[in-house]
Design a protein. Structure first.
Length: 387
């Protein structure tokens, strides 16, 4: 029952969000039915739409899987934007310095560089949290700003395209990167590239690590109770650092895919993180919440939000509503989904309490039918609280 509640509550939250969006469309003089029809068609209407949705969902999936890892260790990673940028920067530097390496080697190298860059940027708040008691929410948000400013510096001086300097335009972008590093297109005529299955595989790996390895057990034990984990001999501080480093590594891989899966095949910025990441570092958090902070459930959740982002553009074009409507729709869904987490938690607590009550004095086993124990029950035994 608890699993059913966990799946239904976010869906009901999404329905409520779309109901509010329908009211907004009515105030704008547009038909909600036509609006949502165009949104669905724009996201899933044909092969091109589906491929575009998959590409938009890829960074959300990687960030969401990373968030799921850190959450299991009871640490919150809000630094996805900065970690995406760090991964993109390091992978770009590798591609610029190794342009002639054969494609079968260069693609894994730039992906690995993205993982290392994001993992390093994620480990910084992990160390601050574990060894200096610095709140990880504050440090990850601040590191987002540091990463963006470092990206601006690198693209305006050391990594800027020499042609931009010669022309005097100085657009903050790198030169076109080696075609050997470009992610192959999976379906001709679409934007669907190898980064999509890589992201799905990464989410599956995250699940395996969390629930099928000793490392994952240690992370989850630390998340449940750091004191109990420490008493059991688990290195709590190192586990916190590992959780944020692994979370950052997922985000860094997203950064590498954004660079080498793009049509421009270069790293470019408009001075903000959103200009490069498309706010995937924040939208990925919502996708993770909608997926119950589980790496596998984050896969369909990310594709749903990728479709929302893709279809919102078609909605705006079809109904001629303001472009801000697409942003507002996404924001409404975020508010309702995040709020539903608390509702789901209360419902699950209520179901757990009812299950415990029914297991001790249910209607089929009245108290008078069972003789009282001669000795007090031992905590954690058959008559103790369920675990």
């Amino acid at each position: 029952m608890q699993r059913i509640v966990g799946a239904i509550v976010p869906l009901l939250a999404a329905v409520a969000a779309f109901f509010c969006a329908a009211i907004i469309l009515l105030f704008l003089g547009a038909s909600p039915w036509e609006g949502f029809t165009s949104l669905v068609d724009g996201a899933f209407g044909d092969v091109n739409s589906l491929s575009q949705t998959a590409v938009r969902a890829t960074p959300l999936l990687l960030v969401g899987a990373g968030i799921s890892i850190s959450f299991r260790a009871s640490v919150i990673n809000i630094g996805g934007e900065g970690q995406i940028v760090a991964g993109a920067l390091l992978s770009t530097i590798v591609a610029l310095n190794l342009p002639d390496v054969p494609r079968p080697l260069l693609i894994p190298l730039v992906m690995l560089a993205g993982i290392v860059g994001g993992g390093f940027w994620g480990a910084i708040p992990g160390v601050l949290k574990a060894y200096a008691s610095v709140n990880e929410i504050l440090s990850t948000i601040m590191l987002n700003i540091v990463a963006v400013q470092f990206l601006n510096f690198m693209l305006r001086s050391p990594l800027i395209d020499p042609k931009e300097v010669e022309a005097g335009t100085r657009i903050p972008q790198t030169e076109r990167l080696s075609d050997n590093a470009a992610l192959p297109t999976l379906i001709d005529g679409t934007r669907l590239h190898l980064g999509v299955p890589i992201a799905i595989a990464a989410a599956i790996v995250a699940y395996v690590i969390l629930w099928r390895t000793p490392l994952g057990f240690r992370l989850r034990a630390v998340g449940h109770s750091p004191d109990a984990a420490k008493a059991a001999g688990i290195p709590v501080k190192r586990s916190i650092v590992a959780a944020l480093a692994m979370s950052g590594a997922m985000c860094g891989l997203a950064g590498a895919i954004l660079v080498f899966g793009s049509e421009g095949q270069r790293l470019i910025t408009d001075g903000t993180s959103a200009g490069f990441t498309g706010s995937a570092g924040f939208n990925g958090i919502v996708a993770a919440l909608f997926g119950g902070l589980h790496p596998l459930w984050t896969i369909p959740s990310s594709f749903l939000f990728g479709g929302l982002l893709t279809g919102a553009t078609e909605l705006q074009r079809s109904l001629q509503v303001p472009a801000a409507m697409a942003v507002a729709l996404n924001g409404i869904v975020v508010i309702f989904v995040v709020s539903s987490a608390r509702v789901r938690e209360r419902l699950n607590d209520g179901l757990a309490a009812r299950k415990e009550f029914d297991g001790t004095t249910g209607p089929d086993t009245p108290p008078s039918a069972t003789p009282p124990p001669t000795t007090p029950p031992v905590d954690g035994g058959p008559e103790g609280a369920t675990t």
